[in-house]
Design a protein around this ligand. Structure first.
Ligand SMILES: [Mn+2]
Length: 427
């Protein structure tokens, strides 16, 4: 299924008048505050969020999985699903593949399909957190950190193979998340696990093409529940600093201990120019993989506030970082969930772009905590949805992507094309 521009335009015609009234009203209000709305809209348009191939099907938990219908059963289906999202919101212009779940058999054909949908290939992701069929050695007790050098070598070789697939697709980064760790006190020698991991990463780093980056992701716990080798941003940063300038820290919102100050982590990583990018999701308890912005939208805004400040200080645009959604969908239609997630990201970004930075700086210098809070909350409490809608409309997307998704009965169409029982490869 492909959504035609004419369908989008026709849908927008019906919404335009109401939308435009809201947009003009907001534009005037913001102009009074000295904000150039067109500049904000241009920045929103530049912000592209990669969709991971594993988020296009139903996720599930360790207790079970309730499949949806019309799920993408092939890599081609996955690429065209991201194409549907991008046609609707014009902000999902990249797909991130996971090897070995999505090995491209015919790279050129897949690239042509992606190009026809205005999509790029974002970071490629390796997988040493589960054993594959016919795999020689097991990752049960770790991969890059394993006590046995032959297991470490197998994991290194896998990552180098992932780089090879990424090169074929024009990808420019390798994203590594390790589940390595231990479940019981005494099981692992912490320093040795870390040193083994560093040595393995150094081997992979050597195989990185000149213009590539390596993203090192951290996670506090799970699937190991006593220790994780790369448990926090400090461990990840330490590895990156030892590896070299092509390695940067990847922040996944769900990978922190409860109540961690993630916005401060972001500020520190940007200060050191070591932030690779983000995996967006939301959570209430742990790595819940819930829809972005569904639980803690203010935290998301505070993170974006630091991101915008860091980008302005560095003189960089949002395209200098990797933005991806990393979530799982148990009760929602995955595509609907992704539309909601991208919208939540753009809303938080738009709010952060409205922050009066000179005034905030003045309040900080004068230790005026009350005024500083006023400035942030004023931006956060501005309903910026008309800006996000206007950005999508100007770029050929739908004023209400989710509304059009439902009006076109996209899922029913996909189910008709693909059937009731296709299951997306992945978790
Ligand atoms: Mn992640």
């Amino acid at each position: 299924m492909k959504i035609q521009q004419q369908q989008i335009d026709q849908y927008n015609d019906g919404l335009f008048s109401r939308h435009n009234n809201q947009f003009i009203f907001l534009k005037e209000q913001l102009a009074e505050q000295g904000i150039d709305v067109d500049r904000v809209i241009a920045e929103l348009a530049d912000f592209q969020v990669a969709i991971p191939s594993w988020a296009l099907g139903t996720g599930g938990t360790r207790f079970g999985r309730f499949s949806g219908t019309g799920e993408p059963g092939t890599l081609e289906h996955k690429v065209s699903d991201v194409g549907l999202l991008h046609a609707l919101n014009r902000s999902s212009g990249a797909i991130s593949l996971h090897i070995p779940w999505d090995i491209p058999q015919q790279a050129e054909e897949i690239m042509a399909l992606a190009a026809s949908l205005d999509l790029k290939f974002d970071a490629v992701n390796s997988n040493t957190f589960q054993d594959q069929k016919d795999q020689k050695l097991s990752y049960k007790f770790g991969s890059l950190s394993h006590t046995d050098p032959s297991v470490r070598k197998q994991a290194v070789d896998h990552n180098i193979e992932v780089i090879k697939y990424g090169k074929e697709l024009g990808s420019k980064s390798l994203s590594i998340w390790l589940s390595d760790g231990s479940c019981f006190p005494g099981q692992a020698q912490f320093a040795r696990s870390f040193q083994n991991t560093l040595a393995s990463l150094q081997e992979i780093y050597k195989a990185l093409p000149e213009d590539w980056k390596m993203f090192v992701e951290y996670k506090a716990y799970e699937p190991n529940f006593y220790s994780t080798v790369i448990q926090d941003w400090g461990s990840s940063l330490m590895l990156c600093q030892k590896l070299g300038p092509k390695a940067d820290v990847l922040v996944d919102l769900g990978h922190h201990l409860p109540n961690a100050n993630i916005e401060q982590i972001v500020a520190m990583l940007m200060m050191e120019d070591r932030l690779a990018g983000f995996h967006f999701n939301d959570s209430k308890y742990g790595d819940d993989d819930l829809t972005v912005g569904s639980i803690r939208p203010y935290m998301l805004f505070l993170i974006f506030n630091e991101l915008v400040a860091g980008m302005q200080t560095a003189g960089r645009g949002s395209d200098a970082y990797a933005w991806m959604i990393d979530a799982s969908h148990n009760v929602k239609d995955p595509l609907e969930d992704l539309l909601q997630s991208v919208e939540a990201i753009l809303i938080a970004y738009a709010q952060a772009l409205l922050v009066d930075r000179p005034a905030l700086e003045y309040a900080r210098i004068n230790n005026d905590a009350v005024e500083a809070q006023q400035i942030l909350q004023h931006a956060f409490r501005t309903d910026v949805r008309p800006l996000v809608r206007e950005m999508m409309r100007r770029n050929g997307g739908a004023i209400d992507p989710l509304g059009l998704f439902r009006a076109l009965e996209v899922r029913a169409q996909l189910t008709k094309e693909r059937g009731n029982t296709t299951i997306a490869t992945g978790l």
